[in-house]
Design a protein around this ligand. Structure first.
Ligand code: GLV
Length: 330
């Protein structure tokens, strides 16, 4: 049998090369850098056996219907798979896979740590200040940041990325590490040296709170007004997971009123908009105490090539009648 694979955006080529080596595969790749328009997506998926999707595409009932009954697999090019209706896929016997990889964990952990340092040492703010020609005289009180050394870093989500963040920081920067998850995780504790805290305890205690949970019904707005109030006024929050985990409106209010010290955000609630409601005059991009990146925490050549290979490995296993290594159970 020949497999028609529709790829919703051009991806780094390692995985595509692997797929091109298969004789029974026809690849149709939507070209360019921009997300495929929904109408075009619904047209182009018709007749596909496999869709290699990108996290910007909502893969739902409508897409499954548009593709047709032969659709057998969604190979999502991302670690998160909240863009795919896994329940509906399961009902229809469509397999969903994602692309976790050690390299991706380390890359996202590095980016998280970069945001932590950028906030603590006010790097992006100082860069803007210097570029604007405002450095006129060195001052003992000019642009004072905060040390990471001896501070407490708390991660919410005891997965591989959260673990990599804590391990790197505990090993290299002499910080106290704590974590929260649905329950205590002795393996995580052993690997990172982190101590368990309830969510409220962690929010009260941490100087840097970093989010590493998947987006699902239970984690949507996990951090909102009440939780932000528990944080210290000197504390920072970092989100490299998914935007809607933080109630962005509540965060903006907390940042504007200096209820917390700042935020490092790689993801946004109304992505790709970096602010759900710019008319409310609480615009993120105007705040000095935030560091913003455009969902690029895994954007290194090494990580994205690894994701490309993992997506291809999942597809190849499926085509060969084997269980792919990264099936999403929902
Ligand atoms: C990126 O956000 C991913 O989930 O891989």
């Amino acid at each position: 049998m020949n497999y028609k694979i529709f790829v919703t955006r051009d991806i780094p080529d390692d995985g595509l090369k692997m797929l091109r080596q298969l004789k029974n595969v026809v690849l149709d790749i939507y070209p360019g850098e921009k997300a495929i328009p929904r109408k075009e997506l619904l047209k182009r998926v018709k007749g596909a056996d496999i869709i290699l999707s990108i996290l910007t595409e909502k893969i739902d009932k409508q897409v499954f219907d548009a593709a047709g009954p032969q659709l057998k697999m969604i190979a999502n090019f991302a670690v998160g798979f909240d863009n795919v209706d896994v329940k509906e896929a399961k009902k229809r016997g469509i397999l969903v896979t994602n692309t976790p990889h050690e390299n991706v964990c380390e890359t996202v952990a590095e980016h998280t740590i970069a945001l932590i340092f950028a906030l603590a040492h006010r790097i992006t703010e100082a860069d803007r200040f210097t570029r604007a020609g405002r450095y006129e005289c060195w001052g003992p009180k000019m642009m004072l940041g905060t040390d990471l050394w001896k501070k407490t870093v708390g991660v919410i989500g005891a997965g591989r990325i959260g673990g990599a963040v804590l391990k790197r920081l505990a090993d290299g920067f002499d910080v106290k590490v704590i974590y929260n998850d649905m329950k205590k995780n002795p393996i995580f504790e052993k690997a990172t040296g982190a101590k368990y805290r309830t969510l409220d305890q962690l929010l009260k205690e941490a100087d840097f709170v970093s989010l590493h949970v998947p987006l699902c019904t239970a984690t949507k707005h996990l951090i909102s007004t009440r939780e932000l109030k528990l944080m210290k006024p000197t504390a920072f929050i970092i989100n490299t997971a998914r935007g809607p985990i933080i109630d962005e409106k509540a965060l903006l209010k907390a940042l504007a009123s200096k209820q917390i010290a700042g935020a490092g955000l790689d993801v946004f609630e109304c992505e790709p908009m970096i602010d759900c409601d710019p008319r409310d005059n609480l615009e993120l991009r105007k705040m000095e105490n935030v560091v913003l990146t455009p969902h690029t925490a895994s954007a290194t050549i090494e990580a994205r090539q690894a994701m490309s290979r993992v997506a291809a490995e999942n597809i190849i296993a499926f085509i060969k009648g084997k269980t792919p290594p990264n099936v999403c159970l929902g």
